[in-house]
Design a protein around this ligand. Sequence first.
Ligand code: CAO
Length: 563
Amino acid sequence: MAKKTKSKTKSKATRAKKSVQRPKGKSPARSSAKQRRAKGATPQSFVSAAPTQDASTGKFLADLAKVAYRAASTSPLAKQVADAALARATEAAEGLAAGMVDTVADKVFGSNRRRQKGQQNGHGLPEPSAKPWGQAGKALDGVRILDFTHVQSGPTCTQLLGYMGADCIKVERPGVGDITRGQLRDVKGADSLYFTMLNGNKRSITIDSKNPKGKEILERLVKHCDVLVENFAPGALDRMGLSWERVNELNPRMIYASVKGFGPGPYEDCKVYENVAQCAGGSASTTGFRDGPPLVTGAQIGDSGTGLHLAWGIVCALYQRTRTGRGQRVLCAMQDGVLNLTRVKLRDQQRLKHGPLTEYSQYGEGIPFGEAVPRAGNDSGGGQPGWILKCKGWETDPDAYIYFITQAPVWGAICDLIGKPDWKTDPDYATPPARLPRLKAIFATIEEWTMTKTKFEVMEECNAVDIPVGPILSMKEIAEEQSLRDTGTVVEVDHPTRGKYLTVGNPVKMSDSITEVQRSPLLGEHTEEILQKELGYTTEEVAEIKTSGAITAPAKPASAEAA
Ligand code: CAO
């Protein structure tokens, strides 16, 4: 068996070696246009027939694709050639990489070591970088995002991609921009925190998408970028002439990612904001106290939660594109995103058929369940009962509380700590099922103890004996928490018009993709830079674009100051 593996490995390596020894002059890439015409070949068929086992041909195909893409906006033929060349170059690169990785692996590990590693033979990946951790670029370096997002859900998504290194080109309406620039303003004349905290690590270009020249620039951007992200009301992007079909025609590799309020169905045309999604996704009906109205939560699970889901979908689509070479639509409905985050309540809905939900405190209180999952106040929602308890100072400090979990394995430690050692053996308290009908009274007794200490003292004493508790931290305390600054979760950023502000950095820490949090862009700050450096417009062309009204504010700009 071992022998078989070895010979297989060897023959692969030999094949790879042989292929790079192919006489360069014989590559069809070098045959003349005259020869090709004589054979009746089209440029595309020629490209498609090029061998992909040859490094120099692979490189030639990649270069050809680059050149052809430059001409693609004016010539459909150039576009076809570019697409064919790129597809073939990718195949060549994949084939060569696989061969090379095999050869390198043999050199580095020897064939025995490679066998031990089983299938871990590179899978077409390049040789591991020799650069120190954190110095080999960022996870999404080279990914270009056409960021057509506004308000919160879409911008959350693109900011996360920006934190991971993607180049986010945010398109905004001239003179107006993302409506949140002017919403909830705290500093006169400066972009609001609503905007700045959701649009870091992006560049801003102003384009009037309804101006003919503006449309032309947008089409160039579509061809230039890898991902289009948008969260307009249903149909708005189609009305701009950027339907999925059109975008796919312009750039078959583009991933077209959208946030909408609802998926296909009776509500698909509705405009949706955060709290609408929280209500329609099942969160509000299960949040709050049983005897009170439904409640929305302060965590923006509809907006930021959906943005996060969309970012995940985009990264998966980018990965799939490395195999298929084509883009796809990625849709995340806010209702679906909220439901995904509220899935434990759908779990409980199904459990209801089989009896009462014994971990809900209403069970212990003897209150019958109805047909739908009830609001459970501060019940923990898991199998370990928990509740929010007062701590020292609660009379004046609205956040002097702690979340206390009576986790079964540490029940003995809880009893000792609160001065009730007899509960450890008392049949009414010793087991989790015995405690369930008494939870209210148990938590009231624990509270007598927590009220003698600050939330941080409770935290310290409980954690010393592994009792899980959580202090209710105010936003003031979070803003001042040094450990969150140290990890880059809370970051202070400097802004040219509003000065220093705090933002939330990347909540995901990666050992080889280090996040640098940058301030949000001013409206249109990068318009000329993007037109010239990314899209290749000349200085004269940019001057013409300016006079066309495609990138400048109309004479009477609409008010950015919104409710
Ligand atoms: N140039 C010219 N016009 C532009 C433009 C540009 N650069 N950018 C946007 N516009 C236009 C759009 O084309 C659209 O015009 P038409 O309706 O005339 O075609 C218009 O601006 C506004 O689009 P909208 O309908 O999306 O904006 P709205 O303020 O009325 O609605 C919202 C906002 C959030 C309710 C809606 O966009 C929506 O439902 N989005 C999907 C769900 C979502 O993401 N919600 C979360 C919002 S965060 O709480």
